[in-house]
Structure formats: structure tokens, C-alpha cells
Design a protein around this ligand. Sequence first.
Ligand code: ATP
Ligand code: MG
Length: 409
Amino acid sequence: MNAVNNERDQNNERDQKPVLPSANPPAWLGVMGGGQLGRMFAQAAQSMGYQVAVLEPADDCPAAQVAQQLIHAGYTDAAGLDALAARCAAVTTEFENVPAASLERLAGSVFVAPGAAAVSVAQDRIAEKRFLADCAPRSGVLPAPHKVIASLADIDAIGDDLLPGILKTVRMGYDGKGQVRVASRADVRAAFEAMGQVTCLLEKMLPLAYEVSVLTVRGSDGASVVYPIAENVHRDGILFTTTVPGPNVAPECAARAQDAARAIVSELGYVGVLCIEFFVLTDGTLVVNEMAPRPHNSGHYTIDACVTSQFAQQVRAMARLPLGDVRQHSPAVMLNILGDAWFDGAAGDTAREPAWDRICALAGACLHLYGKDDPRRGRKMGHVTFVAPTLAQAQAQLHAACLILGIAP
Ligand code: ATP
Ligand code: MG
């Protein structure tokens, strides 16, 4: 299924440094951030015999329910960072907006993957687009046409070719937050002002045929693996489903996206799990959208459908173990479960628990709930992956799950 295993690139500044020995279980592994990604990371690490420490400022978080140690501290808290570094053999991050300076401080005394430099590129849409454009001669793909909007004067200088477009904040955007669709210069001005005139990127609105993502993992020795390409459907800017193999994805397109991903991850000198999102346009052009320097929502299907999950790969990469087999053993469809599922039905605005017994009764259902006790509309509460002998069977179960959860299929 289009997975690529065990390539080794030479493009690595770390190749000049001696590769550290592996950190074997029961060593401690640390994670910056205690959300669902941190929780699933901890579960994978613990199943391999590691101990997990989580640094997280929030009082209650999904990862705290499973980690052996919670360091309750802010992401820039020096004492918290030093306690994490002292405890662990390696540290990773699940929260994309961890300050690069914090990762640098950790790296002074512990192995950190991914590193601050790579994470800071992905945190800043301007740096990210520049990097992806610079990579194009090697990756063969360009980002969407775009322009930096740092002042009202920049809006006057916009070319007509960028409209209609999407105005995106440069930092801290996720799940479609910090984005406004704009049709005219007046729209751009209004949106820019509404966002408090923070620096934005105006991106041309492209005619999407469908969206795909490529999950890659690269070890500190330059070895890399690429998972099968995933097809993603978004609703209201939030990932709705991931289907693998993607029903629209032609083999030639999958190969191009995987080659591009391999070139990008090597160019970054990246260590760990990196997910790269692409658009496929109606004329077949492949466009690179953005990178997530961590396990990704579109990679959750790997827990149940692949030999090695994306979380186990993050463990392997940071602990300098050999990377795992990315082979997919079953077609899979992943459905995100948002807080909305708690509110549909006769109960109106009173939250009630969805009928998990009915979801679990569906063939091939693998239910993952994140332990969040406060369901809100639009909040990611869990996901369910359906694995089946054929993709059509998995899709039929997804359809049934949508009906049970009150989600339009
Ligand atoms: P996330 O972090 O959840 O992936 P995000 O908030 O960082 O999302 P993007 O991935 O840039 O934002 O955009 C969210 C979605 O909006 C995309 O998956 C796509 O459906 C749509 N979108 C973004 N940019 C464009 C574009 N230039 N043309 C058409 N559609 C777009
Ligand atoms: Mg995105």
C-alpha cells in the first residue's frame, strides 16, 4: 500500500556528529504538552516499557491521566523544563506552539526530537512557506501563491491574482482558527483589522479536488520511513475523516507526494514524526500546504491499521531505536469525534454521553476517547477508526457510526 521503508539520506548535519546510543526501556521519555497527542504518545511509550513524564500548564489534561509523572508548569518555566530534562533520556513535543527557546533550553542537557530549529519553521507560516518554496527544486512541489500582510499598506499592494483568498494568521493557527476567507481587498482589510492587525499571510484560494497528508518519520541517523498516503476531508476547517487508501488518490500522485515528503524531511534535517499536508488541485497539480512537527490527527489510523503506530515511531525516533515497519495491514477510515456528538438528539443543549456500546458493536470499530470531561462543540473528544478487509466495508461502518453519533455522513 505505497509505504516506503528504511531509506537513509545523507543530508544531515547530525551525520557529522556521533549518533547517540539508544535509550532503552525502562528509561524515562518526556513530552511537552498534555493533550490527546501526549496521551496517545504516553500509551505507546508505556506499552514498550518506557516511563513517561509530561510537562503541561493546564490543571487537568488527557495525558496526565496516563503519564507516570506530571510536571505542572508553564512551557517557559525554567524549573519545570530543568526537572523534565533531569528526569528524561529524551524529550519530544506534542504541542506545536511550544516556544523554540524552551526546546533549546532542554537540548542543553537532554536529547530533544524534533529540534527547536525545525519546530520553529513549522510554527511560523512565513518561515514555513519560505522553506517549502526553497525546497521546491528537490521536492517538486510549491506552496500556494501567497503574500505577507504586515500592515494596511501591504493590502493596497495585493495583486488581483491572490483573490479570492484566505487570510491566515502567521502564528498559532490550528483547526481552521485564525483564518478568514476573503473575496476583495475590502474583505482583506476588514479581516486584518478584526484580527487586531497581527501579521498574516494572504493565500490564494485554490480549486481543491481533494486533500492528502503524508506522515514521515526520520531517525537521528538519517534513516526515514514514509507511511501510505492518507486522504483527508475537512469540515468547518477541522479534520472530519481520514481514509487510507484514499479513494481519489492515483498511484502516481501518491508517489509524487511521498517523494516530496521525503525530500522535505531530509532537507529539514528533522528527527521524529512529521506530517506534511498537500492539496491536489482539480487539474492534478500537487501543492504543499503545511507541516506539523509531531504526530498528526490524520495519522491516528496507524494505531489500528499499521504495524507501527505514529506514536510508537515517535518513541523509536527519540529513543534512537530502529524505526518501525510502516506497513498497513487493513484498509481504514478514521472519524474524528467532536463534542457536538454529546449534544445531538432529544436532550437538546444538555450534554449526554453518546451510545458507545452501539459504536463498539460495529465491525472493526477501534474507539479512542481522550478522557476529556467537558464536551464542547468543535472540541476533539476522541476518534474511531474502522478497519476492515475492504475499504468499502470500513466506509459502510463509518456511515453507520455517523448515524449513531448524529453526524451528517
Ligand atoms: P490544521 O492545523 O488543523 O491542519 P490550519 O488551521 O493550520 O489547520 P490550514 O491547514 O492551512 O489551517 O487550512 C485548513 C483547511 O482550509 C485546509 O485543510 C483546506 O481545507 C482549507 N484551505 C486552506 N488553505 C487553502 C487554500 N489556499 N485554498 C483552498 N483551501 C484552503
Ligand atoms: Mg492544516
